[in-house]
Design a protein around this ligand. Sequence first.
Ligand code: NAD
Length: 276
Amino acid sequence: MLNRMESTRTEPLALRALAGRTALVTGSTSGIGLGIARALAAQGANIVLNGLGDAGAIERTRMEIEAMHEVGVHYDGADLSMPSAVTGMIERTLSRGGRLDILVNNAGIQHVSPIEDFPPAKWDQILAINLSSVFHAIRAALPAMKSNGFGRIVNVASAHGLVASPFKSAYVAAKHAVLGLTKVVALETAEFDITCNAICPGYVWTPLVEKQIEDQAKAHRISRDEVINTVLLKAQPKKRFATVEEIGALTVFLAGDAGRSITGTALPVDGGWTAQ
Ligand code: NAD
């Protein structure tokens, strides 16, 4: 299935690279965020899941990750379109164990439409979730990271943080801005053991992309298969979707000791898209 890691049992906790760390992954009830949460848990991090969805399904996922990887897994249902909810989520995470070591700002939404028809309310919602929530989360998390002397911030941006495509004005604007914010945070935290980087995936097959296939088919008046081959993967020279496991593995790398000197970067995972 789309979101499942291989169900391999993991090493004893003490031997795992991120044992004892606490990681909050926004938008981790689905897709890339869930893949990242599973990958961090496999390396021993305690996890805070966040995102929307069916309460029963989220609880089953929470229990499954906890049991499979023998780490603590909490769920916080904050709606990231509201600044006070973002701040509250960070405060609840810190009040539980006093630590937030790894912050992954991943939640995001999309809307595909020509600018003339783009609903202003959608523009506001996309900027609130894809951009402003990243600022509010980082702003609330940094004091504790500084006093703990450790922090790894990973912003899941997009190839659309580096280049544009038509019909995605709000998304492209927000993702470009996330890359700017990433650089500023990297500079402001450079003298602490804190890093801030952005991952820029090309197309990864998740529910977000599944919905776009329908929307793009309408916008271009073509079939699903044509959308996949002539629109989505057209710009991705490898002609395959990246996987959530690949994004999870890169996040683990950035969160671990080997990532200590990598900061302020935008790392494409896009099958060569932005090399063109
Ligand atoms: P997805 O739709 O599968 O998951 C999005 C997650 O965000 C879900 O958990 C959802 O509940 C959560 N979310 C949405 N609105 C929220 C809100 N108001 N409050 C809290 N949580 C909310 O999408 P995905 O494809 O996994 O995308 C994850 C991130 O990766 C996004 O930032 C997206 O822009 C980025 N991205 C995705 C792709 C891709 O091809 N899938 C490519 C580049 C970048």
